[in-house]
Design a protein around this ligand. Structure first.
Ligand SMILES: Cc1cc2nc3c(=O)[nH]c(=O)nc-3n(C[C@H](O)[C@H](O)[C@H](O)COP(=O)(O)OP(=O)(O)OC[C@H]3O[C@@H](n4cnc5c(N)ncnc54)[C@H](O)[C@@H]3O)c2cc1C
Length: 368
């Protein structure tokens, strides 16, 4: 797994950490491998779900790094392929596939997180433009993004039916970003302020007041990605048992502490079962199937699994686990990654909200 610094996010101002990183992006993009299942016309390789899976396995077999990680690839692209006009697809998808434009997600607001549809950022009509005023919060990497896909209110008389999904250039006059520092000491997300920002109506996806449908489809995709651990960045991707053994050592060929041994074994079994479920869900999704409740299930369980993993590692590490700096004064990964996992059950919709969705739509519990 790559560290945050090693990930290729792309974008107008992206600084490659090496020539190899830049060449790898270009080589993959030229073959459509940054977005293998997208049509060739939009920068993809036109692969079907099975072929994409084979490509993924072959890349993993040679230990190849993902050429590009971005919200354009994982969130906006799939939504545009489904809901965008031909002009929108032709204009926005190829630069995403080539890693030229970096996107961020402007959904949450200070008083609209779990109850997202209560959002208040206002888009008022002015000829063929909207004039946007309001504030977003927790916008990951907004300070590095070139564009933002945002939910805005175009009708105040109705809740879900008054929301539109618009694409906004972060260079437009009237947009400011303010980073927020996290418990881990990092600052990966921002507040974003819109002050009379003029956006062409042509940048509205799926039509005015149709944003909630786009938002839900995109969220399902985001939840599936988070659940399948692709966003759970740690610099150390070795199997859990290997890391635990490194921390506590072996006694006669096995972990001496029975409780720790059992917990690690249980985690490995649960992870194997979860991986199989993720693989099945991805195949369904790539074939055009899959349901929003599967995404909630994966999101909930993936977050719990990742949190359990880091609790176990911290237990194994003992007092050393909380060392914030190594002997050379550099940042230590374990405590920072452990703290980062606390956000897994919040980002992309909290665990409580995923459980509500499953209770209502899958279990059909009365009163849910
Ligand atoms: C690392 C990270 C990255 C993020 N990146 C982005 C981003 O790029 N773009 C973006 O738009 N947002 C982003 N978010 C915001 C995220 O989507 C919200 O934090 C999340 O939806 C919860 O909203 P909230 O923080 O307002 O909490 P609230 O909605 O205020 O919830 C507070 C608590 O109340 C509980 N709760 C609320 N309603 C219910 C209910 N009906 N039933 C049961 N419990 C309930 C919640 O589960 C939670 O525990 C990010 C968050 C994190 C942690």
């Amino acid at each position: 797994m790559q560290s945050d610094r090693e990930i290729c996010w792309g974008g107008r101002d992206f600084k490659f950490i090496s020539d190899a990183q830049r060449d790898w992006l270009r080589a993959c993009a030229s073959r459509g491998f940054t977005v293998p299942t997208w049509p060739q016309a939009y920068g993809g390789a036109g692969l079907d779900a099975q072929q994409a899976k084979v490509l993924e396995q072959e890349m993993a077999a040679i230990d190849a790094r993902p050429p590009l990680v971005s919200f354009g690839v994982s969130m906006l692209g799939p939504a545009l392929l489904h809901f965008g006009t031909d002009e929108q697809k032709a204009s926005y998808l190829p630069p995403i596939a080539r890693g030229e434009i970096r996107w961020c997600q402007g959904y949450s607001e200070p008083n609209s997180g779990s109850d997202l549809a209560s959002l208040a950022t206002r888009a008022e009509s002015d000829g063929d433009h909207y004039v946007i005023n309001g504030q977003k919060i927790w916008t990951s990497y907004a300070d590095h993004a070139d564009w933002i896909f945002a939910l805005v209110r175009t009708d105040t008389n109705t809740k879900h039916g008054g929301i539109s999904f618009v694409l906004i250039d972060m260079d437009d006059p009237g947009i400011t970003t303010k980073p927020i520092t996290l418990i881990s000491g990092k600052s990966p997300f921002c507040e974003v302020f819109f002050d009379n920002v003029r956006v062409p109506k042509a940048n509205c996806v799926a039509g005015e007041n149709q944003g909630w449908t786009v938002a839900k489809a995109l969220l399902a995709h985001e939840r599936q990605s988070i659940g399948s651990a692709s966003l759970m960045v740690s610099t150390d991707d070795r199997p859990l048992r290997e890391r635990v053994v490194e921390l506590v050592g072996l006694d006669e060929g096995r972990l001496a502490e029975p409780m720790l041994r059992a917990s690690v074994a249980q985690w490995e079994v649960d992870k194997a079962a979860f991986d199989a479920l993720v693989e099945q869900a991805q195949l369904e999704y790539r074939s055009g199937g899959g349901s929003p409740t599967t995404a909630s299930l994966l999101k909930y369980y993936g977050a719990e699994l990742n949190k359990r993993k880091f609790e176990l590692l911290m237990t194994a590490a003992g007092n050393d686990g909380v060392e914030w700096r190594d002997v050379d004064g550099g940042s230590t990964d374990l405590p920072r990654s452990w703290l980062r996992t606390k956000a897994n059950s919040i980002e992309g919709g909290t665990s409580e909200i995923q459980l509500n969705i499953l209770a209502k739509h899958t279990l059909r519990l009365p009163g849910a």
